[in-house]
Each structure stands twice: as C-alpha cells, then as structure tokens.
Design a protein around this ligand. Structure first.
Ligand code: UDX
Length: 433
C-alpha cells in the first residue's frame, strides 16, 4: 500500500522505515531539509538500535523515500500524522502548531477516500476537530496512537503489543479495514486490535503514559519513606512486584522519569482536563510530577552532603546524561538536570555518557564532558550514577576505587550492589535503600 508519513522526527522516521520494512511504499515528509537529507542518505538523525538497518534497506528497495515536498504525499492511501506536540513555552498544554500546520499543508493533496491517521499524542478532542477540517476533501480521519519506547522503537512499531484505532461512526468500518491492511503482519501474528471512538483512542495514549508515570512516582514516594525509616525500596519493589496485579516493571526507584513523552504528556493531560472542567480528576498528576522532580534534588542533596554542604570547587563525576540507557535523548533528562544543578552550585562537574554528549553539549555548553568513562572517574571526589547504562552497571568497585580521588558514590539508579561497594571501601548512597 502507498503511505505517507508527515513528520520525520523520532516517531515519524521510525514509522516510515518500519512500514517500508513491512512491504509498503512509503514517502516521509518533513519541513526540516537537513533532517530529510540525512534520512534520504540512510543516516539516522538520532540513536535508535536497528533503525539504521531498516532505513538503509528501505531506501535500497526503492520503497522508501524522503522529501520536503508535501505534494509527494498525493496518491497515498493512508497519511500518518507523526509531528511533535511539544510542551508549550508557558509550561502547560501541548503546542499544536505542527499538527495544525501539517494537516493544513496536506489538505490540497488529499483525495476522495484517503485516510488521514493521526499518531501524535494530542489533547482529547483534536481528532474530532481535524476530521471536520479534512471532511470537505472527501478523505477520512482516524486516530491511531503510537506506544513505542525509545531504544525499542523498531520492535514496538513492527510488533506492537496492541493496536488502537479511533474511528468515526460514519466511515469507521472502511477505515478499520484500511488500517488492518497496513498492519496485516501484526494482525496476522495475533496482535490485539481495539477499535474505539476518537476520544477513547486519544485518551488511551495519555492514560497509558499517566499510569506509567504514576507507577514510577509511586515507588519514588516509597523511596522517600524508606529514606526516613531505613527500609530498602528495592526489596519493597521486589516484594510487591510479585503480586501480579501490581507487577515488578516500572517500579525502579531512582532519579525519576524524563524524556520526550512522560513529563510533557502528564502536564498536557492535566492542562486539558482543566479546560474540560475536570482538573480535579487528574489533580494527582501534579503530585506525580512533583515527586518526580524532587528525586533530582535528592541526588543533588546527597552530593552536597558528601562535601559537608560545600560542593564548590569539588570534582563530581556525573555518569549518564541520556534520560534512559540505549538512547542519546536528553529531553527533560533527570541525569542532565542533576549535572546542571550541581554545576550551578559551583561543583567541578565532569559528565560522561556513551551516546548523549553531543545533545547535552548543544543544550549545555557550560558543562565539562569527558571523552571516556575512565577520564570521568579520574580524580573524582564523588561519583553519581544518573543513567543506568550497562557500562556503569559493570563497574568494578575495587578497580574504580583506584581511579577516583575519594571513594564516594551516589547510585541514582540503584544499579549497584551496596554491599560489594561498601566492602571495597566506598561510601555508598542509593535512592531509598
Ligand atoms: C514512554 C512509554 O513507555 C511509551 O509507551 C510511550 O510511547 C512514550 O513514553 P520512553 O519515553 O521511550 O517511552 O521511555 P520509558 O522506557 O517509558 O522510560 C521513561 C522514563 O522513566 C525514563 O527516564 C526511565 O529512566 C524512567 N523509569 C522507567 C524509571 O525511573 N523507573 C522505572 O521503573 C521505569
């Protein structure tokens, strides 16, 4: 089937390449010429395992192309809207500029019976509004939210754990059949597929992310209580996680969640609920956000306490800048925020990340970045683990002690064995343990 993907950021670039890998003919469209040039040359604009391979294979097959020219979308049967909905400058709500402008630009190229399928995370009510905009062209609109995780984006797109189609009462049956054709491989493999109205499909996405964020903040709240009582939050998570109604996943206490989705999505959802006069229903999301931000400060406090509250001029190695491992993404990253806050307090911060330094440097040129893990550790008086990269999990306490100036470590992701590190002479602080 011929498809267009409007917006070639994280979501769109992965979606376009993944759809081509399933045999579809795909054109990716974006207003950013530099991004399009890169993609067309087979280069991924960000770090994502497996994307390079399917991108290059798609280009080589002739089924995948990229352009800044929206007219190339004409003739596609389905047009996926995959543009960003960033947090508004004033801090609340989603900025809908890109969704609105891309749909406007697409309108002249739509044909009778085409399907516009929204994938972006949007405030509930958006699909209904866009469907009215699209209707005069004879095209239909569906909402088909995306649940991909960075680091697993290709797998999550090709083998999703569920498909959700938000469709209209009038053209729902036809549009469901069209989307079934797009996702024939996943459907053939038995992927659950839920057909809903527009509002439900839009809400599924923000509800899922709100639940995940709440789960993380719940365990981080327990970490705060554990810190006040001498309990161990990791053991607590293991114990409650055995109850399969609760489940162990997303119960890792630490420096908190970040990234391009969870933080902005819970804030945008709370703002939308306010507009709907239902602010109270999701008022807890404000606390979820607050608990999350408090954990960053907790790490900063542990570092400053390790210097008797005088961090000025002391060498602190911050290991990790990406918001999670296997990613170079530093958007709303707790790790980068901790480094910046410590630098702001006058610490001599040296930061290291296996992938995220270029992005971190662009946003924070004032920070010092190490070329290697070893360089970061050399002479450090306190080491902070801020992202749980494999290389940091694998650190040997005895060898590492020989590199640093003072064996003090703040394990902001609870990935090390406190006993092993203490036995090797380290002062070890975890999060809630
Ligand atoms: C998330 C959702 O998982 C995905 O379904 C949605 O489509 C987009 O948002 P992503 O942003 O890639 O995906 O990251 P995710 O793996 O969910 O992690 C989010 C953040 O939570 C990371 O900063 C991670 O370090 C943190 N986290 C996760 C914890 O602090 N503790 C946990 O137990 C799990």
């Amino acid at each position: 089937m011929k498809l267009s993907v409007i917006g070639c950021g994280y979501l769109g670039a992965v979606h376009a390449a993944a759809m081509a890998s399933l045999g579809h003919e795909v054109v990716g469209v974006d207003v950013d010429a530099a991004k399009i040039d890169k993609l067309a040359a087979g280069e991924t604009p960000f770090f994502e395992p497996g994307l390079g391979e399917i991108l290059q294979a798609g280009l080589a097959s002739g089924r995948l192309s990229f352009t800044t020219d929206m007219s190339a979308a004409a003739g596609a049967k389905v047009h996926f809207i995959a543009v960003g909905t960033p947090q508004r400058k004033d801090g609340t709500g989603a900025d809908m500029t890109y969704v609105n402008s891309s749909v406007e630009a697409l309108l002249p190229h739509l044909g009778e019976g085409d399907l516009v399928a929204g994938k972006s995370t949007v405030p509930v009510g958006t699909a209904q509004r866009l469907s009215e905009l699209v209707a005069p062209t004879g095209a239909h609109l569906a909402w088909n939210p995306e649940f991909l995780r960075e680091g697993f984006a290709v797998k999550d797109t090709v083998e999703p754990d569920r498909l959700v189609y938000g469709v209209s009462d009038t053209t729902g049956e036809t549009d469901t059949a069209t989307l079934d054709e797009v996702y024939a491989t996943a459907i053939g493999a038995g992927t659950p597929r839920l057909v809903t109205g527009y509002a439900t499909a839009e809400l599924v996405k923000v509800a899922a992310n709100s639940f995940l964020a709440t789960k993380i903040s719940f365990i981080n709240a327990m970490a705060e209580i554990a810190e006040a009582t001498g309990a161990d939050v990791t053991q607590l998570a293991d114990a409650i996680g055995h109850d399969n109604r609760i489940g162990r996943r997303f119960l890792n206490a630490g420096v908190g969640f970040g990234g391009g989705c969870l933080p902005k999505d819970i804030r945008a959802f709370a703002a939308r609920a306010e507009e709907l006069g239902k602010g109270e229903s999701v008022a807890f999301l404000k606390q979820v956000d607050e608990i999350n931000l408090r954990r960053r400060q907790r790490v900063v406090d542990l570092v400053t306490h390790s210097f008797d509250d005088h961090v000025n001029g002391h060498r602190v190695a911050v290991l990790g800048l990406a918001f999670k491992p296997d990613s170079d993404d530093t958007r709303d990253s707790p790790a980068l925020d901790v480094a910046v806050r410590l630098k702001g307090l006058g610490a001599d911060v040296i930061a290291y990340d296996p992938e995220a330094i270029p992005n971190a440097r662009r946003a924070h040129p004032q920070l010092a970045y190490a070329d290697s893990l070893d360089d970061a550790l050399q002479g450090a008086e306190t080491v902070v683990i801020a992202t749980e990269w494999k290389a940091f999990r694998a650190l040997d306490p005895v060898e590492t002690a020989q590199k640093v100036a003072r064996p003090t470590i703040i394990d902001g992701r609870n990935i090390l064995s406190p006993a092993d590190w203490r036995d090797a002479g380290w002062t070890y602080h975890g999060m809630g343990r």
